[in-house]
Design a protein around this ligand. Structure first.
Ligand SMILES: C[S@@+](CC[C@H](N)C(=O)[O-])C[C@H]1O[C@@H](n2cnc3c(N)ncnc32)[C@H](O)[C@@H]1O
Length: 205
């Protein structure tokens, strides 16, 4: 990881992802989460304030030590029992069928090998366990899509591997059936990065 990814990107992430409107979306995504939970791409820990009391243990992973350093004071201040590990979503060092829920907020855009990570998420979920996610991705507007494809190489450089042009729902559904999905343009964000996929998928029993 280069100097930009280690030192600049984490501060940019904290600045751009804190506050509204994302806090409202975070609360919605996390509202029903319960039991043993894994969050992938924990970032600077901005979801922590929104986890319900029904969570019995929280394991968080993120490969970037710069974001983990910003997250640590939030972990220390949280009443939840939290384990933090420097892992990638593509290689989850947990036993099969460990978690009741897996959470991802704006991380599926950044994982280099998303197919592998989704297989890992399916593996570590208990049968009947749920994957709740919110993500930006490929719009349904054919006029916007070429811009999302054109700008993705630049976005990947600025935002540590983030893609603007992933069709998130079909990718998730390849590995885990969706039980809910809504797509919409997020309030106050540029459309090119503001087409959101918010859903829950379940691992079949
Ligand atoms: C846009 S940030 C979102 C952070 C956080 N989830 C939030 O909602 O504020 C994407 C995060 O994914 C992490 N990430 C990048 N590649 C990853 C991978 N292969 N596996 C897991 N996390 C990854 C980055 O370090 C970063 O913290």
């Amino acid at each position: 990881m280069g100097w930009y990814g280690r030192w600049v990107f984490p501060r940019l992430l904290e600045w751009s992802m804190a506050g509204e409107p994302l806090s409202t979306y975070r609360r919605e995504v996390l509202a029903d989460v319960t039991g043993q939970v894994l969050e992938i791409g924990f970032g600077t820990g901005l979801n922590l304030a929104h986890y319900p009391e029904t969570v019995s243990s929280l394991t968080v992973i993120d490969p970037n030590p710069g974001v983990a350093a910003i997250a640590q004071p939030r972990i220390d201040a949280s009443p939840l029992p939290i384990t933090s590990k420097p892992l990638r979503g593509e290689s989850l060092a947990f036993a099969d069928e460990t978690f009741d829920w897996v959470v991802s907020t704006w991380t599926l855009c950044s994982i280099a090998n998303l197919d592998q990570a989704l297989q890992e998420i399916r593996r570590v979920l208990k049968p009947g366990g749920k994957f709740t996610f919110i993500e930006h991705g490929l719009s349904d507007d054919p006029k916007l899509q070429p811009w999302q494809h054109r700008l993705t190489p630049l976005q990947k450089r600025i935002a540590d591997g983030c893609h603007l042009n992933r069709a998130i729902a079909p990718l998730v559904e390849t590995y885990l059936p969706l039980v809910s999905l809504k797509t919409y343009y997020a309030k106050g964000l540029p459309k090119v990065g503001g087409y959101f996929y918010q859903g829950v998928a379940v691992k079949p029993v």
